[in-house]
Design a protein around this ligand. Structure first.
Ligand SMILES: NC(=O)c1ccc[n+]([C@@H]2O[C@H](COP(=O)([O-])OP(=O)(O)OC[C@H]3O[C@@H](n4cnc5c(N)ncnc54)[C@H](OP(=O)(O)O)[C@@H]3O)[C@@H](O)[C@H]2O)c1
Length: 313
């Protein structure tokens, strides 16, 4: 059985629906089982074992995700993003369960340092590249990855970026609201990354589990069972927040989700002050996940269109 932790968040809700639709045996929990409390986590697994339900996968979608707020809330952020995943990893190890943990492109900060490989040209980040997180949230996510790896050798850590979906506040839903309310919207044009539809990430997580559980379906060897470690998954291609907003506007107008004009204007990060400096370039290389679970990754444009069509329904 899969234990899905954080099942009421944006990604967790998407995964719950996908697991249910595809007939997986799983149980979901959110705040009621506090990931910062090891005894509560263990008690939950004991109840499930007593019911005869053995947990052999744990997927953690819970976390502290308020990037700016984290600057004034360091302790809570680190308890949730470092201690929590560490607790789950230790428990997964004890249960001999495989553990999937979600991390972020924010582990990579400003793109101006040489990589460990010696490359200086701008190119998508590899899983093995040195991290340089900026701010409390980013550092907590990087330290969470490290803690997970320390506490179990059976973890898959998936870094993703610019997540949006139906079940939470995110850039796409915020843009649609602002475009309805205002005549102009200014969006930063100097940060490059890859938007990711939560549904696609949920599908990739499902396929990772499936590739491990049914390795026979993957041919030819030696890529039979995906090895543990860090993976990158985002939608394919990259863009700036400004170009992403323009694409949202154009598609939403075509689909009739927006019925009035709104001018989308480019601005710089300096004109849009926030507590935390966002990465200026955080495009992630996805060859590892592509090769190990043989998935086709949709482009961000394709997925945005599908998502907006879903919203329209
Ligand atoms: N959103 C993005 O753009 C993005 C980008 C890259 C990576 N990620 C990563 O992807 C993962 C999922 O993100 P998301 O946007 O789906 O997150 P989310 O919507 O904020 O969901 C997190 C869930 O965790 C729950 N939670 C909070 N404290 C908890 C606790 N102590 N014990 C158990 N559950 C608790 C939250 O409950 P409450 O709502 O009640 O607090 C919420 O339901 C996170 O690890 C995040 O860092 C997100």
């Amino acid at each position: 059985m899969i234990w899905l932790i954080g099942n009421k968040g944006m990604l967790g809700t998407e995964l719950s629906l996908l697991f249910a639709e595809r007939g997986l045996d799983f149980v979901g929990t959110d705040r009621e089982i506090d990931i910062t409390d090891p005894a509560a986590l263990e008690a939950f697994t004991n109840v499930k074992q007593a019911e005869g339900r053995h947990i052999n996968w744990i997927v953690n979608c819970a976390g502290y995700t308020a990037v700016d707020k984290a600057e004034d809330d360091v302790e809570t952020c680190r308890r949730l993003n470092v201690d929590g995943p560490g607790n789950i990893a230790a428990l997964a190890d004890k249960l001999h369960a495989r553990f999937i943990h979600i991390s972020t492109d924010y582990v990579f900060g400003t793109y101006n340092k040489p990589f460990s490989t010696g490359a200086r040209e701008k190119r998508p980040y590899l899983e093995a590249d040195d991290t340089n997180p900026i701010g409390v949230y980013a550092a907590s996510k990087r330290d969470g990855e490290v803690r997970v790896m320390e506490n179990t050798s059976g973890a898959y850590v998936i870094r993703t970026s610019w997540l949006y979906g139906k079940y939470g506040n995110n850039f796409v839903t915020t843009m649609l609201r602002l475009m309805r309310e205002r005549d102009t919207v200014s969006v930063v044009n100097d940060q490059r990354g890859s938007p990711t539809w939560a549904y696609d990430l949920a599908d990739a997580i499902f396929k990772l589990i499936d590739a491990v559980e049914h390795p026979i379906r993957l041919a030819p060897p030696p890529h039979n069972i995906p090895s543990f470690g860090i993976y990158h998954y985002t939608n394919d291609g990259d863009t700036t927040w400004f170009d992403f907003a323009c694409a949202i506007y154009q598609k939403a107008r075509e689909l009739g989700l927006l019925t009035k004009d709104c001018e989308v204007k480019p601005c710089s990060s300096a004109e849009y002050p926030s507590k935390v400096t966002r990465p200026d370039y955080s495009v992630l290389d996805k060859e590892r996940i592509r090769n190990e679970i043989r998935i086709l990754i949709p482009t961000w444009e394709e997925s945005l269109e599908k998502f907006l069509k879903e919203l329209k329904k």
